[in-house]
Write a protein that binds this ligand. Structure first.
Ligand code: NAG
Ligand code: NAG
Length: 366
């Protein structure tokens, strides 16, 4: 807590010092009209940029020195370096998840990270996200079309590594021949949500997703519903983006092993529940609004949040907001805190390190 207070006062000092010296001299010469020439605009832009930088840097510095730090060695440090045997994507260090405590955080933009999927798992996130594009007869994974590469497929980045991890977690021995262990040693009953964000045409792409999940399905590792009952497995597949609801629920193959990402702000009076959906998500900015500098959601915003979360809970759906404010850091943290206090199902995070370096699921963390 101390760190956020000190940052705020540091940035406030900067504002006080800066404005009079830049503004005051101008005012002295020709008050009171300000001429909005391109120079003035440029000055404003420069001041805003400078303030932005100062706040960003001071928050980062404070976080670095004052925040608790991970002490574990990073087993993913040498990932992908030549000669390490990790140039192929489907590799991970044995036992790298041994001490990892799972947390209800959803790793957004997962494939941007140094090691897709593994970085999120190592941080303890129980939700990962893959943006998939149907291209040249395969599902490629990437944030936009420019980042697509033939080797970065849904198979190579997600399905194969998960099969690999779960195979190791479920050895067949004289003492154990079950197949239901999840990816986290410290909590084998914890499911990992694989959120598949379909970027290309839904009707065309979704059947490919279903087909490529085959290796996980065959081994009995997918959560499913049967006769209106949800049965949790090590992996829970949720379709979002262009995923067509009708295709997800219209698949009459029993049991059904993929779920929909329901609209969190439109649950009231709808048919979304745990038999067809798993997450209920919405863009925070669109559905709740912007949270300004103070970082405190207004009463009206809080009311909206409570309605959303209550509706999700009553349908046994896992609530999630995406597009949460990311900056300034104290605002982001305050919003995280409010959502945790209000009982959010899954916290969407871009900054894995900040989100997972302390156990914010415990009361009084912030
Ligand atoms: C393993 O599976 C077999 C048959 O499925 C069962 O009879 C046996 O008791 C199991 N062993 C253990 C250790 O669970
Ligand atoms: C329907 O579900 C089954 C397994 O549950 C899957 O194998 C199949 O590919 C799915 N079909 C479509 C069109 O999604």
């Amino acid at each position: 807590m101390a760190s956020w207070t000190s940052e705020k006062s540091a940035s406030a000092t900067v504002i006080v010092e800066y404005l009079p010296s830049g503004d005051g001299t101008r005012k002295a010469r020709r008050p009171p009209r300000i001429q909005w020439t391109w120079r003035t605009w440029l000055m404003c832009l420069a001041v805003v940029t400078l303030l932005f930088l100062v706040v960003s840097i001071s928050e980062k510095v404070a976080q670095h020195f004052l925040g608790p730090r991970r002490t574990k060695d990073d087993p993913l440090e040498n990932w992908g370096k030549p000669g390490t045997g990790t140039e192929e994507l489907a590799w991970y260090p044995t036992d790298f998840l041994r001490d990892v405590v799972p947390l209800p955080c959803h790793s957004h933009n997962d494939y941007w990270r140094k090691v897709p999927l593994f970085t999120a798992l190592y941080a303890g996130c129980t939700g990962v996200e893959a943006d998939v594009w149907l291209r040249h007869g395969d599902l490629l994974v990437g944030h936009d079309t420019a980042s697509l590469q033939a080797s970065r497929t849904f198979h190579s980045l997600y399905v194969n590594p998960l099969v690999d991890i779960l195979t190791r977690q479920n050895p067949s021995t004289d003492f154990y021949n079950d197949t239901r262990n999840g990816v986290f040693d410290t909590d084998p009953g914890q499911t990992l949500v694989l959120l598949v964000d379909v970027k290309t045409d839904g009707d065309e792409t979704w059947p490919w997703v279903m087909e490529q999940l085959g290796p996980l399905r065959e081994r009995g590792w997918l959560s499913y519903t049967e006769n209106g009952q949800f049965r949790q497995g090590p992996i829970t597949v949720v379709g979002t983006g262009n995923t067509p609801f009708d295709l997800v629920v219209g698949n009459k193959t029993s049991p059904r092993d993929a779920f929909f990402d329901a609209p969190l702000d439109r649950l009231e009076g709808s048919g979304f529940d745990a038999t067809n959906s798993y997450y209920a998500s919405v863009n925070f900015w669109d559905a709740v609004g912007q949270v300004w500098w103070k970082g405190e959601p207004s009463e009206a915003q809080l009311k909206k949040i409570r309605t959303h979360l209550r509706e999700a809970r009553s349908r046994e759906l896992v609530s999630r907001y995406w597009g949460l404010p990311a900056w300034p850091i104290h605002v982001r943290n305050r919003v995280w805190q409010v959502l945790v206090e209000e009982g959010i199902g899954m916290l969407n995070v871009d900054d894995l390190d900040a989100a997972t370096k302390q156990d914010w699921t415990k009361p009084g963390t912030f």
